[in-house]
Design a protein around this ligand. Structure first.
Ligand code: G1P
Length: 309
């Protein structure tokens, strides 16, 4: 049987569930992450995890599965109902703030927490969500990758492709060849405007052996078949059970598409990415943009980087 005749994600099914792997230690952001999980670091006034959740909800998800560890109570607390705070805001007539607190998790959306007891890698984290996902295609969202777009979010764009083709879909973007060792890298058969079928995927290859410069970004829509493949995936790059390795087996059985999303991605797993995202969101923020622009010009001219007339 040729790969194209083998079953796909199940054909045109709506994506309802999203998995958020949030069990990492976030050592890059120590000492902040000594007590605050990196997913709770804010861009302006929203934690990274909220941007990821909002994107999943916009894409049609109503079941959010957080794969966490025993140190990450802050994430569960954040999505819990804050009765006292809500009462105080209501009594004080602070209705706008009350709405902000309530919309952390809109009505009809549920949060489920699954514990990853050992840090065995991204593939293992996704496998921990298996009992909650069951036998349907689902999304994986890595909150470190923040994607900004004026139009539909990246996951919404991908869900449309997954729902119309029945294929698994992976977000990708072009990166400089010197950076391939930081990403999963895909090779595609053909590329039709925004998407192409993947025929090879490899985790963090060195630039001289990378099959292309098309890099995986932290958004995936996957067939549930991935769980069976993850169960037999042995540790790969970095000694971890890699999602990339299971996808490499999946694409031999089912179509897996690379999708070049519309939007700008910020790597908030790095210091400079977090700074870049903060600047961009401030410049695009209704109430902050004028002040942010002036402040940046002042700072750059004070440092002698630009001359302001
Ligand atoms: C993970 C994936 C990698 C992907 C990246 C995107 O790596 O393993 O394939 O390109 O996310 O952010 P990590 O950055 O967690 O090491």
């Amino acid at each position: 049987m040729s790969p194209s005749t083998i079953a796909t994600t199940g054909g045109n099914r709506r994506i309802r569930k999203a998995v958020f792997p949030v069990a990492g230690l976030g050592t890059r952001f120590l000492p902040a992450t000594k007590t605050v999980p990196k997913e709770m670091l804010p861009i302006i006034d929203k934690p990274l995890i909220q941007y990821a959740v909002d994107e999943a909800i916009e894409a049609g998800c109503d079941t959010l599965v957080f794969v966490t560890n025993r140190y990450k109570h802050a994430v569960a607390d954040y999505f819990d109902k804050a009765y006292e705070l809500e009462q105080k805001l209501e009594r004080a007539g602070k209705l706008e703030q009350l709405e902000l607190v309530r919309s952390v998790l809109p009505p009809g959306v549920r949060a489920i927490f699954v514990t990853q007891t050992e840090a065995l890698g991204l593939g293992h984290a996704v496998l921990c969500a298996k009992p909650v996902i069951g036998d349907e295609p689902f999304a994986v969202v890595l909150p470190d990758d923040l994607i900004w777009n004026r139009g539909p979010g990246a996951l919404r764009q991908m869900a449309d492709v997954a729902e119309s083709t029945g294929a698994s879909v992976i977000a990708t973007q072009d990166v400089p060849r010197s950076q391939t060792a930081s990403y999963g890298i895909v090779a595609t058969e053909d590329f039709n405007q925004r998407q192409g079928r993947i025929n090879a995927i490899v985790e963090k290859p060195q630039p001289d052996v990378a099959p292309s410069t098309l890099a995986v970004v932290g958004r995936y829509i996957l067939s549930p078949r991935i769980f069976e493949l993850l169960e037999t995936t042995t540790p790969g790059a970095g000694g971890e059970i890699q999602l990339t390795d299971a996808i490499s087996t999946l694409l031999q059985e089912q179509p897996v598409l690379a999708y070049r999303f519309q939007g700008t991605r910020f790597d908030c797993g790095t210091h400079i990415g977090l700074v870049e995202a903060t600047i961009r969101y401030a410049l695009d923020h209704e109430a902050l943009s004028d002040a942010a622009r002036r402040m940046m010009q002042d700072a750059l001219s004070e440092l002698g980087v630009i001359e302001v007339a």
